[in-house]
Structures are given as structure tokens and as C-alpha cells.
Design a protein around this ligand. Structure first.
Ligand SMILES: Cc1cc2nc3c(=O)[nH]c(=O)nc-3n(C[C@H](O)[C@H](O)[C@H](O)COP(=O)(O)OP(=O)(O)OC[C@H]3O[C@@H](n4cnc5c(N)ncnc54)[C@H](O)[C@@H]3O)c2cc1C
Length: 280
């Protein structure tokens, strides 16, 4: 841990979120406090002091605050989604789409202690390929609400992450919350992942949802930014995966080679489409 910073301010109001020179936002700090301080950062603004309700659900859908911890996500929306592993055809009930919440959190190589501190907003803003909140909320068709100074804007979570560690957030913008539309919550969802070892970092992740038109398939972890397709059939899925391999390229790092990740993604994506096959 390298805490070579001068100040930590706890934000209590929106006005406190206006960054001063050298400041960066602090979520749970599980990444920021585990790495050398980013170049030029001399102060942190702790967003957890804003006191946002971690999550809520009503007729318009699910809202998850940027400061919602991963443990709160599991015990709240994850519990609404039903028993662990009850996804796809096994899922039932009005919140069955949230059945993948637990698995997406489990896909992170975090201890329970870290999960009690790490936030949804931090995971999205960090934008690691293995950031499983990206695949979760992209599959659920969620939109991120971003505070921009005095105003706000919305961006689809699938468009928020544009590369490894790269997000469509301007300096000083706060990831306020993600909103999952009500319709998506009631639709069947699916989750698949692969890693080099059982407890290793996620190297390929496929999430999906039985959408209105066709199943939505989202791939993350094996690509540098999320990619999604409404897959009408397996041939269409194969053509799309071929295109990712030849044009976008499969991601490669110590957690898996590009070729292996491409092969795993293909297998998982076909399994996911099979599981989502049939009426929504
Ligand atoms: C042992 C261990 C294992 C890990 N495994 C994984 C893994 O498998 N996959 C993975 O993706 N990560 C992993 N991480 C990294 C990290 O813990 C998670 O990504 C976590 O979700 C980050 O959330 P945080 O709230 O702690 O972020 P912080 O460390 O507080 O912040 C991370 C970044 O996000 C920014 N930020 C935070 N909140 C907001 C907000 N609301 N709006 C705008 N910017 C914001 C911060 O400025 C910073 O740049 C791991 C970390 C540890 C220590």
C-alpha cells in the first residue's frame, strides 16, 4: 500500500464532488489503496460519505448507486434474483433476470472482506477486462447516470467502457448510479465464465438476456471492451465471433492467451445461446 497523498476529503454534498487540482475520486479504495498512487494524484475525495441508498427497485426498474458495495449488491438485488445458480431456464419469479448478480460478483477474484468495501462504481470506472460489473450491467441493458459538474448525462454501460482501464468519463465526472430497466429484470439471463485456474482471474465471460427480439449475448474479459449481439441463431453468433477475432482481436495478458480466450468465449457463447433459446 502506498498512501503518498496529501489530503482525503469526505464528500457530503454534490458541491463537495467538484475536484480540486490533483484530486481523484475514492470509492471503496480496494484498487487505489492496493496500487501506487496514480501519477499526479495528491488528494482523494471519498464518495462513500454522500450516503446514497445502495440500491432500490420499483416499477421503473433497479437502481444501483455507484457506492453500492459488491456485498450489498449480492445481499440485495442478488437475493431478489433467487437461489445461487438459478439462472437461465432454472430461474423463476419477477426478478429472475437478477439471477446472474451473484455469479457476476463471484467472478471477481475478491475475498469477502474486499467485497464488503469494493463498489460497483469503482469496478465500472476501473474498467479492467475482468471487471464483471461491466458484463452484468451490459447484459441487463443498464444505463449509467453520470454527474457532470452541475448537470448529468446517461450512457449505456456497454458504451461506458471503451478499452482496458479506459472509460467514457471526463475528469471530474462521477458515476452516480446504474439503472436497469424493469423489463430486463423479469427476463431470463445467463452467465458463463472461464479462467486458467478455478480461483483465477476471469479470462472470458459471457452474459446474456432473453431479449424482446432475440437473445442478447455480451462478451467481456476476453476482449478489451464489452461487445454485444442480438443473436438470432448459432450461425449468426459464429460470424460475429469470427469478426471479433479478426477485426477487434482477443485480449491477451497473464490470465490467458488470445487464442485460448477466443476459443473459450466461443464455447461459452454457444452454451449461453442454447440456455437462452426459446421464448423469453
Ligand atoms: C485481491 C484483489 C482482487 C481483485 N480482483 C479483481 C477482479 O477480479 N476484477 C476486477 O475488475 N477488479 C479486481 N480488483 C480491483 C478492485 O478491487 C475492484 O475492481 C473494485 O470493484 C474497485 O472498486 P473500489 O470501490 O474499491 O474502487 P477504488 O479503488 O475506490 O477506485 C477505483 C477507480 O475508480 C474510480 N472511481 C471509484 N468510484 C467512482 C465513481 N463512483 N465515479 C467515478 N469514478 C470512480 C477511482 O477514482 C479509481 O480511479 C481486485 C482487487 C484486489 C485487492
Amino acid at each position: 500500500m502506498d498512501l503518498d497523498i496529501d489530503t482525503v476529503r469526505v464528500a457530503r454534498t454534490r458541491a463537495d464532488c467538484v475536484l480540486r487540482p490533483g484530486e481523484a475520486f475514492l470509492g471503496g479504495g480496494t484498487f487505489l489503496y492496493s496500487e501506487p498512487v496514480p501519477a499526479g494524484v495528491t488528494g482523494l475525495v471519498d464518495l462513500t460519505g454522500l450516503g446514497w441508498e445502495p440500491w432500490s427497485v420499483d416499477g421503473s426498474g433497479l437502481r444501483v448507486a455507484g457506492t453500492c458495495t459488491l456485498a450489498e449488491l449480492v445481499s440485495g438485488p442478488g437475493a431478489l434474483g433467487g437461489a445461487a445458480g438459478a439462472t437461465g431456464a432454472a430461474a423463476a419469479g419477477p426478478y429472475r433476470g437478477l439471477g446472474i448478480v451473484r455469479e457476476c460478483v463471484s467472478a471477481l477474484s475478491l475475498s469477502a472482506k474486499v467485497a464488503r468495501t469494493a463498489t460497483v462504481g469503482g469496478n465500472l470506472a476501473l474498467a479492467l477486462p475482468a471487471g464483471s460489473m461491466i458484463g452484468l450491467f451490459a447484459a441487463l441493458g443498464a444505463r449509467a447516470v453520470v454527474w457532470t459538474g452541475a448537470g448529468s448525462r446517461e450512457v449505456a454501460v456497454s458504451d461506458l467502457v471503451t478499452g482496458p482501464g479506459v472509460v467514457a468519463l471526463e475528469p471530474g465526472e462521477v458515476l452516480r448510479e446504474v439503472r436497469v430497466p424493469a423489463a430486463a429484470i423479469g427476463q431470463r439471463t445467463v452467465f458463463r465464465r472461464a479462467s486458467l485456474t478455478p480461483t483465477g482471474r476471469t479470462a472470458a465471460m459471457v452474459t446474456g438476456r432473453a431479449g424482446e427480439r432475440a437473445p442478447r449475448i455480451v462478451v467481456t474479459a476476453s476482449v478489451s471492451a464489452p461487445h454485444g449481439l442480438y443473436a438470432r441463431d448459432h450461425d449468426m453468433l459464429d460470424r460475429w465471433l469470427d469478426w471479433i477475432g479478426s477485426t477487434v482481436g482477443w485480449f491477451e495478458d497473464t490470465h490467458g492467451t488470445a487464442d485460448w480466450r477466443g476459443a473459450m468465449t466461443r464455447r461459452l457463447a454457444h452454451e449461453a445461446l442454447d440456455e437462452l433459446g426459446g421464448a423469453a
